[in-house]
Design a protein around this ligand. Structure first.
Ligand SMILES: *[C@@H]1O[C@H](CO)[C@@H](O)[C@H](O)[C@H]1NC(C)=O
Length: 254
């Protein structure tokens, strides 16, 4: 006769056997299908036909652009990841039948999101603004770090350190434009010192020549009159007289 306790034990034993069948029935390199344990396919391969009592699993290789990276009982391979330049990515390691593509950031990009050793999203390195210098250059995993220039220095944003403003005086020049945080001081020749006297001298010479010409013209006029009246010429007027010949001739003809 079977008593209640024995029935309970039996049910527990069957349940625990079932439990084992569901979760631990197949060996490590096997997979379970319809209550049967079948040998797994190697990485790079998929199941073509499940095993039967007589025949082992039939495996076939993954075809182009697909992969499986572990021993498996799968009917289909996975599609290889595409490294999208639009996401700032390029191929680091190409896809094989047994490993997915590994992507990395494009030049001047850094990875903002990663999955299993592959970058899945990258962004462009920040450009430092004018008045800032590059404190730390960007890498494949870190953005550029920028910092402000100190007073008396400048940077266009592409410098690793801010440059000191040029000291025009030390170069023997004058400062035309003061330096800013983004631009150097502008120096020019010390010309104003020599240029102004030059202009003054030129003006004096021009005025002197103009006055001399006027004087000669006036004297020609008076000489012509005197000549007409007296027909005599002072010795000192001879050289001026020569300049006046044309005019005198004209007057004599009248
Ligand atoms: C930084 O500057 C470069 C060169 O001028 C440009 O190609 C790039 O798009 C800029 N980056 C950003 C984030 O604006």
């Amino acid at each position: 006769m079977i008593c209640g306790a024995e029935i309970t034990f039996l049910i527990a034993a069957i349940l625990s056997l079932n439990f084992e069948l569901c979760f631990c029935s197949c060996a490590r390199a096997e997979y379970e299908i319809d209550g049967e344990c079948c040998p797994m396919c190697a990485p790079g391969n998929r199941v073509y036909r499940h095993c039967t009592a007589d025949i082992s699993t039939t495996c076939v290789s993954c075809h182009d652009s697909t992969f499986i990276d572990a021993p498996n009982g799968l009917r289909d391979c996975f599609s290889c990841t595409v490294c999208d330049p639009g996401q700032g990515l390029r191929v680091k390691t190409p896809c094989t039948r047994s490993s997915d593509t590994v992507c990395e950031p494009l030049d001047e990009h850094y990875c903002t999101d990663q999955h299993r050793g592959s970058c899945i999203l990258a962004e462009k390195h920040t450009n430092c603004s004018t008045g800032q210098y590059i404190k730390h250059k960007g890498t494949a995993f870190k953005d550029t770090e920028c910092a402000e220039c100190a007073d008396g220095t400048f940077s266009d944003g592409s410098f690793q350190t801010c440059q000191t403003h040029s000291k025009c005086e030390d170069l023997g020049l004058t400062e035309i434009k003061a330096g800013t945080l983004s631009s150097d001081a502008e120096c020019g020749n010390k010309s104003p010192a020599g240029l102004i006297p030059g202009i003054i001298v030129s003006i004096i010479i021009i005025v002197a020549v103009a006055m001399a010409v006027t004087v000669i013209m006036l004297r020609c006029g008076s000489l012509t009159c005197r000549k007409n009246k007296q027909k005599t010429t002072k010795k000192s007027d001879n050289h001026i007289y020569l300049l006046c010949i044309t005019r005198t001739h004209k007057d004599d003809l009248k």
